[in-house]
Design a protein around this ligand. Structure first.
Ligand SMILES: Nc1ncnc2c1ncn2[C@@H]1O[C@H](COP(=O)(O)OS(=O)(=O)O)[C@@H](OP(=O)(O)O)[C@H]1O
Length: 355
């Protein structure tokens, strides 16, 4: 009895353990099948993405070294329709699939051109994976070595493109040779914007950090009695696109570059994204169905993705109101930039119509 009871228990135990083994195997196979069909990867990416579309004065300017979590978005804030950050509630997902690769494409500039918008729009694409924060490897942290740089990259599966954006590369003398020595096939994207508005945008950003900053006109002109532009001021110098481009063209052929219009990225993001996807050899997945114009923000934002409660705009540091600048100073700046712009139109093969 005891024995049969035991046997009985043993038998039912055997049945139970067989059943549980069967269900465990079933679970493992289903999970493997799910992952092999790429679904678990995209689920993980969805969670990362929701975290990564955040206020960018925060991520843009924080190098990877200081805040490594910004790269996978695990400690990020979410941004609502008008750019208010909210604490992230999603579960961090550790993604161990794929391989960390050097970026095949880099957004190298220009500062305040619309680089964050471009990167975040690209991240909707299932074949693009990008670092959240700016790595600043080719300008500030080059001595850390290529292995350090690669370690910052997200893992990618075959066929996916790794990307990063650091707008200061465009104006860094050493950057072209350094990028070339990493990979001479690197695709380079430059988001350009009218250099006058770009300078004001740059100044507006500095003003938020240094409230007692002299006026724009004080900094832009060599002295108050002359109308000579001070091209040593970084806000002015960065806008000499032809000069910086010349440095890049010493190392890379023209067909390695794509010039994105910062203005059109705002007025017609889908069209501009079409060009970018073609350049990267990607299927045109990001299209007008992903965007809507947010009246409060005054900029295009991403439509509410499936399963998310909120549409997504860039953070409040993107699309700040600019101070009024005297007309004669604007006029003077336009004259100053005109010859450089003309040269840049020739170099890029595109007239951006800033004059
Ligand atoms: N969709 C959308 N939403 C918000 N802002 C947008 C968008 N598209 C382009 N822009 C413009 O991007 C400008 C900031 O450029 P960057 O992201 O390159 O700045 S940074 O260099 O990374 O600091 C930012 O400049 P400011 O308007 O001067 O703030 C915007 O004009």
């Amino acid at each position: 009895m005891g024995c049969s009871g035991c046997r009985g228990r043993f038998n039912s135990g055997k049945v139970l353990s067989k059943a549980s083994l069967f269900f465990t195997m079933l679970l493992i196979f289903s999970y493997l099948f799910y992952c092999l069909s790429g679904l678990c990867e995209s689920a993980a990416r969805t969670l990362h993405r929701q975290d990564n579309f955040m206020d960018n004065d925060f991520t843009d300017e924080l190098p990877a070294r200081v805040f490594p979590d910004a790269h996978n978005g695990t400690d990020a804030a979410q941004v609502d329709a008008v750019g208010h950050s909210q604490p992230s509630r999603s579960i961090p997902v550790s993604n161990t699939f794929g391989v960390k690769r050097f970026p095949q494409a880099i957004i190298i500039g220009v500062k305040k051109g619309g680089t964050r918008a471009l990167l975040e729009f690209l991240r909707i694409h299932p074949d693009v994976r990008a670092v959240g924060a700016e790595p600043h490897f080719f300008d500030r942290f080059y001595d850390k070595g290529l292995d350090w740089y690669r370690s910052l990259m997200p893992r990618t599966l075959d066929g996916q493109i790794t990307m990063e954006k650091t707008p200061s590369y465009f104006v860094t003398k050493e950057a072209p040779a350094r990028v070339y020595s990493m990979n001479c096939q690197t695709k380079l994207i430059v988001v350009v914007r009218d250099p006058v508005t770009r300078a004001i945008s740059d100044y507006t950003q500095t003003l938020t950090k240094i409230p007692g900053l002299p006026s724009f006109q004080n900094l832009a002109l060599k002295n108050s009695s002359s109308s000579e532009i001070d091209s040593t001021w970084s806000a002015v110098r960065i806008g000499l696109y032809a000069k910086h481009m010349d440095n890049w063209l010493q190392h890379f052929p023209r067909n390695h570059f794509l010039f994105v219009s910062g203005e059109r990225l705002v007025s017609d993001p889908a069209e501009e994204m079409g060009r970018v996807q073609d350049f990267l050899g990607l299927k045109r997945v990001v299209s007008d169905k992903h965007f809507y114009f947010n009246e409060t923000k005054g900029f295009p934002c991403l439509k509410k993705p499936e399963g998310s409660s909120r549409p997504r705009c860039l953070g409040k540091s993107k699309g700040r109101p600019h101070p009024d600048i005297p007309t004669e100073v604007l006029q003077r700046l336009r004259e100053f930039y005109r010859p450089y712009n003309q040269l840049f139109y020739q170099m890029s093969g595109h007239n951006f119509g800033w004059d």
